[in-house]
Design a protein around this ligand. Structure first.
Ligand code: ARG
Length: 458
């Protein structure tokens, strides 16, 4: 197999090492983007007068045949080539002969790989965003059907205060919406044309890069060819967006693993998305959610690996950068797989309303008792003390607020009136909240309506 650079060498490259260093096994994913970039480069060379219109047309026709063949038979995108750029050029020359050899004029694979990866992310990120939006949609549908159902919230993983189930579900939608935005930002970062940078110093041909950018749908040009040859910040931003989305999916998975477990049973996983045990007949395991949690390590790992690869590079292209692609592709694959599974799991869970509401009562109402006293003019710090003493007594006697007699209330503080019993319920607790981000049913209704509007715009 001859390489794109064999002329300079007396001896053939060591076959095993060449194969080991070849990226075609994975960068074949960039095939379409490489052809897209090459088609535009041929047009740019024609506009610059480097190629005649006839040559450019012949190159375009041959590249289009190469593209169509690769599309109709993806298994044909293979060979002993060093990378996808060499592959496309080999096929072009096979189709066209010498005329095909003119395409690489003024261009380097250093900028080619950058433009390919930018084009790739531009077309793939919206697919991930769609997956994120579908998980948010599943959460919104569950929130809508949960209605006014209650559950406990937790801090330090200890029961904290009653909340609406819908509020809890939307607590997982909120970070995913930020992820959607973060993915858009990574796409925006990739939206700069690197062609015209040459290998590092720029190109000596009068290529109209503004026109080329318009041709390829880029909104701007990279500012510095030296920087462009080794800039992978856009890939890192993408890896960060993937890693953080995975972190959010992992936390969602963890919540459902816990809340569907026997100790809580606020929700029930659908049978179809659970697995059994080969030995213990009673088991209904949340394997898909555990795998989502487990795969998060991979996505974080790809971000760390790429940061580490980049940190010591001297300025300009270095082959180390070839490592970017497997990180990007695997982060993408991992994320899309997990988004699909989480969407199914969320769609399939059913709410165990009685169980969730029962857990939302009891000592979780302590803050509401204190707030009652505040309403009667007691300073909050004093109210906290008074209620703390009541809680201490109730815990010791294994009782709850509902069991206190009027005399006991009065003994704790003469500010307690007879209305305290009716005032201290989970439903009153959520209804008492006043801020737009709170769990008050009206606020949650507005949050859900806003979320549904966002989903419609997506
Ligand atoms: N396969 C290479 C990569 O992924 C393409 C760029 C090669 N450039 C070079 N000068 N060897 O980075």
């Amino acid at each position: 197999m001859s390489t794109l650079w064999s002329g300079r060498f007396d001896a053939a490259p060591d076959a095993a090492t060449l194969e080991w260093g070849s990226s075609f096994g994975f960068d074949r994913r960039l095939f379409e983007d490489d052809v897209t970039g090459s088609l535009a480069w041929a047009r740019a060379l024609a506009r610059a007068g480097v190629l005649s219109d006839g040559e450019a047309a012949a190159i375009a026709a041959a590249l289009t045949r190469v593209l169509e063949h690769g599309r109709s038979d993806p298994s044909s995108v293979t060979g002993p080539d060093e990378d996808v750029h060499s592959f496309v050029e080999r096929l072009l020359v096979q189709e066209l002969g010498d005329a095909g050899k003119r395409l690489h004029t003024g261009r380097s694979r250093n900028e080619q790989v950058s433009v390919d990866l930018r084009l790739y992310l531009r077309r793939r990120i919206p697919i991930l965003q769609g997956g994120v939006a579908r998980v948010v949609g599943a959460l919104a549908r569950q929130a809508r059907s949960a209605g006014d159902a209650l559950m406990p919230s937790f801090t330090h993983f200890r029961p904290a205060q009653p909340v609406l189930v819908a509020h809890f579900l939307m607590a997982h939608a909120a970070p995913l919406r930020r992820d959607h935005q973060r993915l858009a930002a990574a796409r925006g970062e990739a939206d700069a044309l690197p062609l015209g940078s040459g290998a590092i110093a720029g190109t000596s041909y009068a290529v109209d890069v503004e026109a080329l950018a318009r041709d390829l749908g880029f909104s701007r040009i990279v500012p510095n060819s030296i920087d462009a040859s080794s800039d992978r910040d856009f890939a890192l931003s993408f890896l960060y967006a993937c890693a953080l989305t995975m972190v959010h999916l992992s936390r969602l998975a963890e919540d459902f693993i816990i809340f569907c477990g026997d100790e809580h049973r606020f929700f029930e996983l659908s049978d179809a998305l659970s697995t059994g045990s080969s030995m213990m007949p009673q088991k209904k395991n949340p394997d898909p959610l555990e795998l989502v949690r487990g795969k998060t390590g991979r996505a974080i790992g790809h971000l760390m690996a790429m940061l580490t690869t980049i940190k010591g590079l001297p300025t300009g292209y270095n082959k180390d950068l070839q490592e970017d692609k497997q990180a990007v592709f695997d982060a993408e694959d991992t994320l899309i797989g997990c988004l699909t599974v989480v969407e199914s799991v969320v769609n399939g869970v059913s709410l165990n309303r009685a169980r969730a509401e029962a857990a939302a009562s009891g000592l979780l109402l302590a803050t509401d008792v204190a707030d009652y006293l505040v309403g009667r003019g007691v300073p909050f710090r004093t109210a906290h003390e008074i209620v703390g003493a009541i809680v201490r007594k109730l815990v010791a006697e294994q009782r709850e607020f509902g069991s206190l007699t009027p005399a006991e209330w009065h003994a704790a503080s003469d500010r307690f009136g007879d209305d305290i019993v009716g005032r201290v319920t989970p439903r009153m607790s959520v209804g008492a909240k006043r801020t737009p981000q709170s769990t008050a049913p009206e606020a949650v209704g507005a949050q859900l309506a806003e979320l549904e509007q966002w989903l419609e715009r997506c």
